[in-house]
Design a protein around this ligand. Structure first.
Ligand code: FES
Length: 380
């Protein structure tokens, strides 16, 4: 039974790791604002999270560090220790066995499996390896209820099926593939390629140059006047400030984020981390034509995915991005409240009903022609 949202569990796990370090160096009390820094959240969110584990702090003394760590342990851990089996003893699988060996007493990889008979029948850091045909009986013998997938993408579903059939209830999936499992099985996907792409994207955004001096000065004044409305603001005000800046600029320019960071005394990397977590924020200016596509249920059923794919291919941009010529920007939204017209596409606030891939290409072409006509008229 799920007792807390997955994001809350993720944050609790990060709080605990930080707390363990503090307890180890003799810290006795911690405060919600310190824990907030660990996840880039707010003190109010920390207090809500800690109520999940039955802990409430004291305004003056905060939380007892040792007791808080123990309460989190009770909430997060298996009463004895969680037994985990690993599918795939390739480079990643071996690294995982080595990483977990002796690291956490409450989480142990108790067996590993591989299709390659040469990799089976060995012992890695105390973890016995078996042939894939042994999954059922070894899972039963060890009482493992958790599994890790570290297999090639083509073998992921088969390996997940074998784990589920053997009675595993939670899977950590390192394979870059979506695996189908029954409702009672929880899957956490770790897509390392996507994570690395995200790092590359952050690095690029952090290094972006402002457009030009005139635009920069205007933006700076507007951002300054927004920040002046929040004197002495703390991290709790971050989202509200970013929303105001986006409202005034249409996106979040890098320069503006630098200023917000200085104002709130937060590093730029943390700001990007929080801002990119929310779909509502953009990091590039909108194009001359802002194309919004709906991915709500009604539109999805009527084929909006194909329309989106067509737009992405045609404009060579992903949602949240602007084309190089600044003509088009693309946004995907959950529902535009016009389900009867699905699939819906909205271009510069004008709705277009029952849009097919061919129709959307025609619409984009019309936008281009409009832009060309406007350029010609300007030159005259
Ligand atoms: S689902 Fe697309 S408009 Fe409602």
């Amino acid at each position: 039974m799920v007792t807390a949202p997955s994001k809350t569990v993720e944050r609790l796990s990060r709080y605990r790791r930080w707390l363990e370090q503090k307890v180890a160096v003799g810290v006795t009390n911690v405060y919600s604002h310190q824990l907030a820094e660990v996840t880039g959240g707010t003190a109010a969110q920390v207090r809500r999270d800690l109520l999940e584990v039955g802990c409430s702090g004291n305004y003056r003394k905060g939380y007892g560090a040792r007791q808080l760590s123990a309460s989190m342990g009770e909430f997060l851990d298996h009463p004895n220790y969680a037994r985990v089996v690993l599918m795939g003893v390739g480079n990643l699988g071996r690294a995982l066995v080595s990483y977990f060996a002796g690291r956490r007493l409450n989480l142990r990889i108790v067996a590993a499996f591989d299709a390659n008979p040469e990799l089976a029948d060995q012992v890695l850091h105390g973890c016995p390896c078996y042939d894939l045909t042994r999954v059922d009986d070894v899972v039963l013998e060890t009482g493992a209820r958790l599994g890790i997938l570290a297999v090639p993408v083509g073998e992921a579903q088969k390996a997940a099926d074998a784990l589920v059939a053997a009675g595993v209830q939670g899977i950590l999936n390192f394979a870059p593939a979506v695996v189908e499992v029954p409702d009672h099985v929880y899957v956490e996907n770790i897509d390392m390629t996507m994570a690395l792409e995200k790092v590359a994207c952050f690095a690029r955004l952090v290094g972006q140059k402002p457009d030009n001096d005139e635009g920069r000065n205007m933006m700076t004044d507007e951002v300054e006047s927004i920040l002046q409305k929040h004197p002495g603001a703390k991290r709790d005000s971050l989202i509200a400030i970013l929303q105001e800046i986006q409202e005034s600029q249409g996106y979040l320019p890098r320069e503006a984020l630098v200023r917000v960071g200085r104002h709130l005394k937060l590093p730029l990397s943390k700001l990007f981390g929080v801002a990119t977590f929310y779909n509502q924020f953009r990091f590039q200016p909108k194009g001359r034509f802002h194309v919004m596509l709906c991915r709500g249920t009604a539109c999805h059923v009527k084929g909006s995915a194909k329309v989106l794919e067509t737009v992405m291919k045609h404009l060579k941009i992903e949602p949240g991005k602007t084309s190089r010529d600044r003509l088009f920007s693309l946004e995907v939204v959950a529902c535009m409240g016009a389900c009867a017209l699905s699939p819906v596409v909205c271009i510069n606030e004008q709705f277009h009903a029952k849009v097919s891939p061919a129709k959307v290409l025609k619409l984009l072409d019309e936008c281009r022609q409009q832009a060309q006509a406007a350029t010609v008229a300007e030159k005259k």
